[in-house]
Every structure is written in structure tokens, then in C-alpha cells.
Design a protein around this ligand. Structure first.
Ligand code: ZN
Length: 495
């Protein structure tokens, strides 16, 4: 385990706090996943990349992280959780598909986009439809504790009763009067005792396809139930981190807190983390604004607002160039600038392989140590990825000086610099060279070749000539040119 000095901003307390997990060496983390009735868009990329960065960093520090991200495949209703049409069902009718076919199709698309963005898959990806029983259990507990009521076959959370005993609004900093004054008076609210009450279980109308039996009749769970029920199932009654986009703070996460406290008498989550939103040319993204761009449209450059295609790594790098709690505005100019920045990093890494070390070099391992220390410091300050990137750019300047022989570095110094640059860029930031890059093939198996050469060096040291010759011959037959120099072994791929 590396020392943990990680400060994260806890939305619940509106301040940065030193991250201390509940269980030694282990972290439980839950992130709200996609609702699968449409192609993944930019709004999906930001939480995915933000919490991938956190997942990668915690893992890098040596924690065993259980990362749970759900798939919302119960078709919830438009407007808020309680009213309007079922979005998955609507799509299914339109495309003449089974609702689960729609959900599967868009889950697959989401996974493809995540893979392209190099977001690691979560440890568990529970589906809401696979956890109806757990959600019903949660509703039963809340009913038994007197914080919910039945009305016409639906179950509603009694916000006033809850607020009387606990406080509703602690996450979003609202009080009940604010919420009442700001809630819209929607049709169908006559079922509720109070317009701020939210559905825990909704009675299914005859035409509703996605429905399940329950003690209260056929219906489907309210949107907020799944994350509380599945978080508790896989991470326990109390767990470390719950994340999502800022747009989920109210009502979704506020309702999650109320449900957990109403059911078990104590909160479930210790650190709430929220990423800020993305705008496009200064505007909110929306279908009616004509700036609703899906991730695949970005990758292929097929949307009319895009001047060109933007690769997944350009999108990832662009998102990492902003702190996750600040807003990000997408524009063609900004993305093109990101592409140039990313190219600079990848070129520097390729250059790093060609640099020749000098035993009498004035630069030593301290260059890498300094880079590592500064990058940790920035990551520990609430995942400050833009500062990490600026330190990598500083390292690029040193690398270019080395390439131009304006500076020289010792063999150990060079080895350490390569390792640190690789760790920060690829392991922590999760960037990777892309298929259209010239050094892509070398990079993707570069680590494997380095490992084979390490094994060869060990075999040689052990006088195991058979193994060392075999490694050299196999690499040679695959067109790798291996050179033993006085400063160590170098390799390149001849095409
Ligand atoms: Zn959620």
C-alpha cells in the first residue's frame, strides 16, 4: 500500500475531506450508471471517466476496490420518476422490439463506448430488473417503519413524516419548504398526500409492459429504489463512496439518503462525490437544441456540429483537462487543442524510447522522483487531473531537451523517467495510444517486450543460455531488433 493522503470533496459536508475507508485496505464504491433507452452521449462520458480515474487511482494506491455501477433497465417514467410515459417501452413500440431488447441493445452500445474511452469495467454491474425482490424488500422496510403509505396500488415515500424525525434535504442543502415551493404540480399527484412525496412502487397501468407482481399488486419500482437496494446488497449497510453527476444530487441522491435512513435508521454512504456537467458551445445539451451529440457521432464525426471526428482518447483527454468539479464546454476548437496536447504527450513517450542514456548525465532519478511526487500531490488534491497533465507537459520539455542532446540523463534516471511517465499517463490517467497513431503497436506490446528482455537478462545472469537465446531468437523472428549496449538493452520493431 502506498501512503494515502487523498483528499476528496464530500458533497454531503461541502468540503474536502481526507479519505479514510471503512475497512482497512478495501474500498466500496457505487456509481449511478446509465438508463438504457438511447445511445450513450457526452453526458455519460464525464461520470464514467471521473469515476474511472478514482477507481484507477485507488487501485494504484493498493486498495482492493469493489466498484459497482448499475444499469437502469426498468423503464422509468418521463418528467420525474412518477409521471409520463415509460421511456424504454416507448422506444420499444417505436422500433417494434421487446423492451429488454431495447435495454440490451443500448447496454451493449454503452459498453462499446466505455471500452473505447478506456474506462475499466466495474467489479459488479447489477441490473435493476434483476433486483426487483431487493427493491420490494426495501419498500417493505420503509413501510414498516412508518415512512411510506399505500395509495391506489402505489407506494409513496412520506417526505413530511421523514422530515419530522430526520432531515430531508441534507445533501442538496434544501429545506422542505424550498422543495415544496419549487416542485411542479403534475397531473396524477392527487394520489400523493403531499406533492413532494416520491414513488417507491408504482402501480402498472394495463398497457404497461415492464411489470412485476408485488404485495401491492402488479407494478414496478420507483427510480430511486434500485441504487439504494443494490448498493446495500453488494457493498453493505454502510459503504465508502457514492458517485454520479451533479444533476443527480436532487432528487435522486437526496431520495436515496432518505430511503436508506428510513429503512435502516442510519445513512449508507460516507462520501458523496459529484462531477459537474458538460455544455456544448456554452449551451446545455438537449435534443430540442440540436446539439445532442452521441459518443459514436463524436468518434465518427457524423454530427453536423462537428468539423471532424474526435477519437475516444481525445474526448478522454479533454475531460481530464478540466477538474471534475468544474464545468466543461465542448467546442470544435477546444477539442482540436486537446488533440494537439494529447499528441504531444504520446510523442514525448515515443521519444523517451529513443533517448540514449549517459552514465555521466547531469540528470538522475531525481527527475522521475520529482515528477512522481508532484503528480501524487495533484491526484491527492481531489483528483486534480489538469495539474497532473501540466506536470506531464513539463516532463515533455525535459524529454525534448534530452532528445536534442541539450541535457543528458543517467541510465537509471532514464529507466525511472520512462516508468513514471508510463504509470501516470497510462495506468492512472487511463490514456492509451490510439490505432491511428504511428507508435500504437509498439506501445501496446511495449510492456510485454520489456518484460521478456528483463527475463532474458535474468536468464543471462543465471547463465541459462538456452532461455536467453530462445527469447532473443523468438523476438528476432518477429522482427524485433535487440541491441546490447553498454548502457543496457534497447529494442525496436522493424516493419
Ligand atoms: Zn442511482
Amino acid at each position: 500500500m502506498k501512503p494515502n493522503n487523498l483528499l476528496i470533496y464530500n458533497t454531503l459536508h461541502r468540503q474536502k475531506e481526507l479519505f479514510r475507508p471503512l475497512h482497512e485496505g478495501r474500498v466500496g464504491m457505487y456509481v449511478c450508471g446509465p438508463t438504457v433507452y438511447g445511445d450513450p452521449h457526452l453526458g455519460h462520458a464525464r461520470p464514467a471517466i471521473t469515476f474511472d480515474l478514482l477507481f484507477r487511482y485507488l487501485t494504484h494506491l493498493g486498495y482492493k476496490v469493489r466498484y459497482v455501477r448499475n444499469i437502469t433497465d426498468v423503464g422509468h417514467l418521463e418528467h420525474d420518476a412518477d409521471e409520463g410515459d415509460d421511456k424504454i417501452q416507448k422506444k420499444a413500440k417505436l422500433e417494434q422490439l421487446e423492451p429488454m431488447e431495447v435495454a440490451q441493445h443500448y447496454s451493449n452500445r454503452f459498453h462499446q463506448a466505455m471500452e473505447k474511452l478506456n474506462c475499466l469495467p466495474p467489479s459488479i454491474e447489477p441490473h435493476a430488473t434483476g433486483h426487483i425482490i431487493e427493491q420490494e424488500e426495501l419498500v417493505k422496510e420503509i413501510l414498516a417503519n412508518g415512512f411510506a403509505y399505500e395509495s391506489n396500488g402505489s407506494i409513496y415515500f412520506d417526505v413530511e413524516a421523514y422530515n419530522h424525525k430526520h432531515r430531508y434535504g441534507i445533501l442538496s442543502g434544501r429545506n422542505l419548504e424550498d422543495v415544496i415551493n419549487h416542485s411542479r404540480d403534475l397531473a396524477g399527484t392527487e394520489e400523493k398526500h403531499n406533492q413532494v412525496d416520491f414513488a417507491l412502487w408504482k402501480k402498472a397501468q394495463p398497457e404497461h409492459i415492464m411489470r412485476w407482481p408485488s404485495p401491492w399488486g402488479d407494478g414496478f419500482p420507483g427510480w430511486h429504489c434500485e441504487c439504494t437496494a443494490m448498493g446495500r446488497k453488494y457493498l453493505g449497510r454502510q459503504f465508502d463512496i457514492h458517485g454520479g453527476g451533479m444533476d443527480l444530487v436532487f432528487p435522486h441522491h437526496e431520495c436515496e439518503i432518505a430511503q436508506a435512513v428510513a429503512a435502516q435508521g442510519e445513512p449508507m454512504v460516507r462520501y458523496w462525490m459529484h462531477n459537474n456537467m458538460i455544455t456544448i458551445n456554452g449551451q446545455k445539451m438537449g435534443k430540442s437544441l440540436g446539439n445532442f451529440i452521441t459518443l459514436f457521432e463524436f468518434f465518427e464525426g457524423t454530427h453536423e456540429k462537428l468539423e471532424q471526428a474526435y477519437s475516444p482518447m481525445t474526448i478522454r483527454f479533454f475531460i481530464l483537462q478540466a477538474h471534475y468539479r468544474s464545468t466543461v464546454d465542448f467546442s470544435n476548437e477546444a477539442l482540436q487543442a486537446s488533440k494537439r496536447g494529447l499528441d504531444r504527450l504520446m510523442e514525448a513517450f515515443a521519444t523517451l524510447k529513443r533517448i540514449e542514456a549517459r552514465p555521466d548525465g547531469e540528470l538522475t532519478t531525481s527527475v522521475a522522483e520529482e515528477l512522481e511526487r508532484k503528480c501524487y500531490e495533484a491526484m491527492d488534491d481531489d483528483l486534480n487531473s489538469p495539474i497532473v497533465i501540466s506536470h506531464l507537459f513539463d516532463a515533455c520539455r525535459i524529454i525534448n531537451q534530452l532528445a536534442d542532446k541539450k541535457a543528458h540523463i543517467t541510465p537509471e534516471g532514464l529507466k525511472a523517467l520512462r516508468a513514471t511517465f508510463r504509470t501516470v499517463t497510462f495506468d492512472i490517467l487511463g490514456l492509451r495510444p490510439e490505432a491511428d497513431g504511428s507508435n500504437e503497436r509498439e506501445e501496446s506490446f511495449g510492456g510485454a517486450v520489456d518484460l521478456l528482455l528483463e527475463l532474458r537478462a535474468k536468464a543471462k545472469a543465471d547463465k541459462d543460455w538456452e532461455t536467453s537465446d530462445r527469447i532473443r531468437d523468438v523476438l528476432a523472428s518477429l522482427n524485433f531488433e535487440i541491441k546490447d549496449t553498454k548502457d543496457g538493452v534497447t529494442w525496436k520493431l522493424n516493419r
